[in-house]
Design a protein around this ligand. Structure first.
Ligand SMILES: *Cc1c(COP(=O)(O)O)cnc(C)c1O
Length: 397
């Protein structure tokens, strides 16, 4: 259940924002995702301020959109690539490959060559078979060793599928040295939407230990620590402000050997606040005493993160007048699993009413489908440097 007024838009002039959303829907139709590049800039700057001295590589997968990448390029950001499609996207936008790292722990030889052809030189491995794939490219690459620090309480534990057990890290570093492959540093990803920075802090401390252990064994120096992503944003559940979240991480990073190059791979934190979903009520029915509203977007579309990302977005009707009662918001497909929220307090809505979902930039359109031939929401870019809507629709304060 959500609170009666979404706090994320508290400081905004509701009337004029509603008018702007209505005018975008009049122009572009429904469903829509409004992508506000100002939000991308604001998030990038906030995280840069919270993590001074850390290179921010935007992990493209939560929102692989050219406007996001161009906006971040203007901010001087770096990028975290994982697939050939992501390589092609940044190459097309003219991104300097020196500003990229490739972080997929499992790659085909053709994937490695594709990234090398573009000019990316930094890759990630977490096991001997992957390491072996770099023997032919030893002269051209530098690697990061991804470690696994399990975080069973993270919503998405990214150390289950990937990462080398720290206990076998020395053996892998030795193997790389024997094969003449440079491993320049360590990386990890403790999980996405972390409520607490505890796992990051523990992982950074463990990396410090591994760096010293490698040094004691006379292995090549480890001079990079990449702390991955996982920085949280406010959904229906609120989290700590980013500066508070990062304070213990800053302290832990200060304990690493002087001169260690520091990297982070934020995805969600940069992308999530940038998109606002707008959908329309296609039909309504009263079932077992409650209103069901059927929207033109649902969990097979922009709200796919309800399933894949376990996220409850702040959702409300654009006009929030009238008495609210427990209602159901369903998507348009014929599938009964296509329910966005099954207990949301809404005023009674009419067909055509607009529903607004906030914080819908990360892991939403990226995982949407057009199941049942319901087209994916069009993404309308505002406040980027080239869009015709530039500065016309400042959606967020
Ligand atoms: C998905 C991913 C990220 C981004 O994670 P967020 O939790 O969205 O910040 C960063 N690095 C890697 C390797 C990833 O797979």
């Amino acid at each position: 259940m959500i609170s009666s007024q979404p706090s994320v838009i508290e400081h905004i002039d509701f009337t004029s924002e509603a008018e702007r959303i209505r005018s975008l829907v009049a122009t572009h139709g429904s469903p829509l995702l409004i992508l506000d590049c100002d939000a991308v800039r604001r998030q990038y700057r906030a995280l840069s301020d919270a993590l001074p001295g850390v290179e921010l590589h935007y992990a493209i997968k939560p929102l692989p959109h050219p406007a996001v990448i161009s906006t971040l390029m203007q901010e001087g950001a770096r990028f975290d690539l994982a697939t050939n499609g992501e390589v092609d996207m940044v190459a097309e936008l003219g991104l300097d490959p020196a500003r990229t790292i490739h972080t997929h722990p499992i790659k085909r030889d053709s994937d490695i060559r594709h990234a090398l052809d573009y000019g990316c030189r930094t890759f990630v491995i977490d096991n001997p078979d992957e390491l072996k794939k770099f023997i032919p490219y030893a002269a051209d690459v530098q690697l990061l060793l991804r470690l696994s620090f399990r975080s069973p309480d993270a919503k998405i534990d990214l150390s289950k599928k990937f990462g080398c057990d720290p206990a076998v890290a020395m053996a892998l570093l030795q193997q790389a040295a024997d094969w003449g492959i440079r491993i320049l540093g360590l990386s990890f990803h403790v999980g996405s939407q972390c409520a607490e920075p505890t796992k990051h802090v523990e992982a950074i401390r463990s990396c410090g230990g591994i760096i010293m252990q490698a040094e004691a064994l006379g292995l090549p120096a480890l001079s990079i620590v990449d702390i991955g992503g996982g920085f949280p944003v406010d959904y229906q559940d609120k989290v700590q402000p980013i500066d508070t979240f990062c304070a213990p991480i800053r302290d832990a990073l200060a304990g690493l050997p002087a001169g260690t190059r520091l990297i982070a791979e934020p995805g969600r934190f940069i992308a999530a606040p940038s998109m606002t979903a707008v959908s329309s009520v296609m039909g309504k029915a009263k079932r077992e005493g409650r209103w069901w509203y059927y929207l033109d977007d649902g969990i097979y579309g922009s709200y796919s993160g309800r399933i894949f990302d376990y996220t409850h977005y702040p959702i409300d009707s654009l006009d929030f007048f009238g008495e609210r009662s427990s209602s159901v918001l369903a998507g348009p497909t014929c599938d009964s699993v296509d329910v966005i929220e099954d207990n949301i307090m809404l005023p009674e809505l009419e067909c055509g009413a607009l529903i607004v979902g906030r914080m819908m930039g990360a892991y939403t359109s990226a995982t949407a489908t057009d199941f049942n031939f319901f087209r994916k929401a069009e993404i309308v870019v505002v406040n980027d440097a080239v869009s015709e809507e530039y500065n016309v629709v400042p959606l967020t304060a």
